[in-house]
Design a binder for this molecule. Structure first.
Ligand code: ADP
Ligand code: MG
Length: 728
């Protein structure tokens, strides 16, 4: 019956905005619940403070004595804020965050108790790893895993729990989480970039990778979302006819934010402030009920943690406002999906953004070096980068003419294209004094002016240079940023490492000056990366054809895309850069392929249930009403009845044909699933789910959506798109 739907609509319509109290300035509460540098200064001995800071800045190990001091201060701080429990907070390969709370509370005999939190509890825990994805790494006889403190991401208080960011590794030392390889990739890019920086400034000792993500999401009334089994179980709608008014008018983008959503955002931003997440921007997105939150960028590891934390906090705050947050990349067909742009850059400990133009020709040559090396890294590893954003849900978005295509290309804008063209003409070997002057003054020297004008915005590019950073736009909204950030930083690290070898060789063997050698290597790079540069419309079919000619990959589905993860080249790359062993790379591949298979399997089961048990019975009920109507007409009009019942009879037949089609397709889908389930190789199984099971989702939906248009609205059990998307 449709009662659930109408109850939900009524609930949603009667909602009042939930009040939010903001008494303090944001800057005053920023980081209040974080054990950050400021808090550490207050609570730690100077010895312990120095120990932690050198761990953060130089990766120095923290010894037991210091860990004991830190834990005892953390406990003191946490207790002063009413905290009762602590947890190691980590990011297993499920995509969610994990925590297991332990109380500080301990009994000490004689009916007495104390609050305890020692260095050993801070530094390491041993959660049972058997229920987390491991891709065959963890054999059943050794179920233990370790979580180990990551001092580079500060502990924070959420609710009444002290959360300690940790890595999560198997008993045998392999990474079982997102953070471990990310930290290694960040270390690799630091090493490689610092070495290259020394060509330009001997004082540079560290290079950090920065990340500014932009989180898109939908807000749907809790009751409305709850009335849809597909949203509850898969995070998206598996059926539903598009509403008469969708986003055709584009009247939502940057429009005024509806009050309930606005209050949710303010509440969320308050939580962000307390947790030290520097939320900065909020606005409406293109689709109705779609919004975006973006923070000020941070060091990549911290930014990744903050995004993971935010996704969790969003869900909880939403409930307070009777909303459900949808982070899925494509919750509604025919309506724009959600992404998470990853703005990325590198900066030095001397405060120079390596992807921003400088004040002198030499600093601009440094800019060009990092700019061109990044392009080269993407050029050499486009397929791996595509794999880093592959998921069942993101497949709906990539190449759907609303988001960057599945083809990876780099957009740099007209002016920088011109700069590269000029640099291509640099003389091989030694440069004449005139050429040197010309290059420095007229090509490299002019870059800052060029970039000031660089307002080109090509929204269709998956990887675009936007003035002082690259923006990786193809990342999915529900994804953990660690995966794309691990790959991007690893490929750039590898590229910078190779670059340094080439430049040094020219300096040593060809006796070139440093800048001559750099110009020479960059010139060759510019020639070699042309295939990846694309300034046109990434949504067009022409680009697909052109990309094919250029030999770029166009892996449209996850099972195809993921193969690049375990190519010989990728495995060697991760090994060489010390980011992941072969075993770890292979395990991740297995986990992601399995995850893909499971997602499609679940969607297929849920749709089978909804179509068979909700849609068809409703259609039958309505059809019975029509049949009754026709027999009534027959009673009144006798043998002339058909003339008066033409429409009804037509509808009865049409409904039968859709019901029949749904039944046939559900049976065929189940048969396809059974066949796929028998396959033992993960590649074959995932491919079979992709090509044999998935197409039924669209086909069955088609008939259900047709029925939605025919059946009496009063009977329809599923909350409709127009109600999900427009009820506020
Ligand atoms: P949009 O892409 O929506 O036009 P902006 O380009 O202004 O928005 O910025 C988007 C994001 O880029 C913000 O989250 C910002 O913090 C981030 N950002 C700005 N500079 C950098 C940088 N050097 N490194 C990484 N992220 C950055
Ligand atoms: Mg952006």
């Amino acid at each position: 019956m449709a009662t659930l739907r109408f109850k939900a609509i009524q609930l949603a319509q009667n909602r009042k905005p939930v009040k939010v109290n903001e008494v303090k300035k944001r800057s005053e509460i920023f980081g209040e619940n974080v054990f950050n540098e400021n808090t550490m200064r207050q609570y730690l001995t100077s010895e312990a403070f120095k120990g932690v800071m050198s761990a953060i800045e130089h990766g120095k190990k923290i010894d037991r004595k210091i860990a004991d001091q830190v834990s005892s201060s953390m406990k003191e701080w946490a207790l002063s804020k009413g905290v009762t429990h602590y947890t190691h907070w980590f990011q297993p390969l499920t995509g969610a965050t994990a925590e297991k709370h332990d109380a500080f509370f301990e009994t000490i005999g004689n009916g007495m108790a104390v609050e305890k939190f020692g260095g050993s509890q801070l530094v390491q825990q041993e959660p049972d790893a058997s229920s987390f994805p491991h891709g065959g790494i963890r054999n059943t006889f050794e179920a233990r895993g370790y979580t180990a403190w990551d001092p580079t991401s500060p502990a924070f208080i959420y609710g009444t729990t002290l959360c300690i960011p940790t890595i999560f590794v198997s008993y045998t030392g392999e990474a079982l989480d997102y953070k471990t390889p990310l930290l290694k990739a960040l270390h690799a890019v630091d090493d490689a970039a610092t070495a290259v920086c020394k060509y330009f400034d001997k004082n540079v000792k560290k290079v950090s990778s920065s990340l500014g993500w932009e989180q898109e999401y939908f807000l749907i009334d809790k009751a409305l979302a709850g009335s849809r089994p597909d949203i509850n179980l898969t995070g998206r709608t598996l059926l539903g006819h598009s509403p008469a008014k969708g986003q055709q008018l584009d009247d939502h983008y940057f429009g005024s934010i509806p009050t309930r959503a606005y209050n949710f955002m303010r509440d969320l931003e308050n939580e962000c402030m307390l947790l030290g997440i520097p939320a900065k921007t909020r606005h409406n997105e293109v689709a109705p009920n779609q919004f975006e939150l973006a923070p000020i960028y941070e060091e990549a590891n911290l930014a990744v943690d903050h995004n993971s934390l935010l996704m969790d906090v969003m869900g909880r705050v939403a409930l307070r406002h009777d909303f459900k947050v949808l982070l899925h990349e494509k919750p509604f067909a025919g309506v724009n999906g959600s992404g998470k742009h990853n703005n990325w850059s590198l900066s030095t400990d001397t405060n120079v953004n390596l992807l921003g133009p400088g004040k002198t020709p030499m600093s601009n040559l440094q800019f060009l070096t990092f700019f061109i090396n990044t392009i080269k890294a993407v050029h050499n590893n486009e397929e791996l980068l595509r794999a880093a954003i592959a998921s069942a849900s993101n497949d709906h978005r990539l190449g759907a003419n609303e988001a960057p295509p599945a083809i990876i290309s780099v957009f740099i804008g007209e002016q920088l294209t011109n700069v590269l063209e000029e640099l291509e003409g640099v003389t091989k070997g030694k440069l004449s004094p005139e050429e040197k002057t010309d290059l420095k003054l007229n090509v490299v020297g002019k870059i800052p002016d060029v970039l000031l004008d660089n307002t080109d915005r090509n929204r269709t590019s998956p990887f675009a240079f936007t003035g002082n950073k690259f923006e990786f736009r193809a990342v999915g909204s529900i994804a953990n940023c660690a995966n794309p950030m691990t790959v991007l930083n690893t490929i750039v690290a590898k590229q910078l490492k190779d670059f340094k070898v080439e430049v040094d060789a020219l300096i040593d063997k060809k006796d070139l000056k440093k800048d001559e050698a750099i110009f020479n290597v960059l010139r060759e790079y510019i020639k070699s990366v042309k295939n990846i540069l694309f300034e046109g419309n990434g949504y067009g079919i022409e680009w697909e054809k052109e990309a094919k000619k250029r030999g770029l990959s166009n892996n449209k589905t996850t099972p195809e895309a993921l193969k690049a993860r375990i190519s010989k080249k990728s495995i060697e790359l991760f090994e060489e850069m010390g980011v992941m062993s072969r075993k770890e790379t292979e395990a991740r591949y297995e986990i992601e392929m399995e995850e893909y298979t499971k997602r499609i399997q679940i969607e297929s089961r849920v749709l089978g249930d909804i179509a068979g048990n909700h849609v068809v019975p409703t259609a039958v009920r309505y059809q019975n009403m029509l049949i009754k109507n026709v027999s009534g007409l027959k009673e009144i009009f006798g043998k002339d009845f058909e003339e008066h019942a033409k429409e009804q009879i037509g509808l009865i037949k049409l409904i039968s044909s859709h019901i029949e089609a749904i039944h046939i397709k559900i049976d065929a889908m189940i048969a396809a699933r059974k066949k796929a389930n028998k396959l033992t190789k993960i590649e074959e199984k995932a491919a079979s789910y992709c090509t044999k099971v998935k197409p039924f989702l669209e086909e069955i939906r088609y008939h259900c959506d047709k029925l939605e248009l025919m059946v009496d609205d009063e009977l329809w059990p599923l909350t409709k798109y127009r109600e999900l998307l427009f009820a506020r």
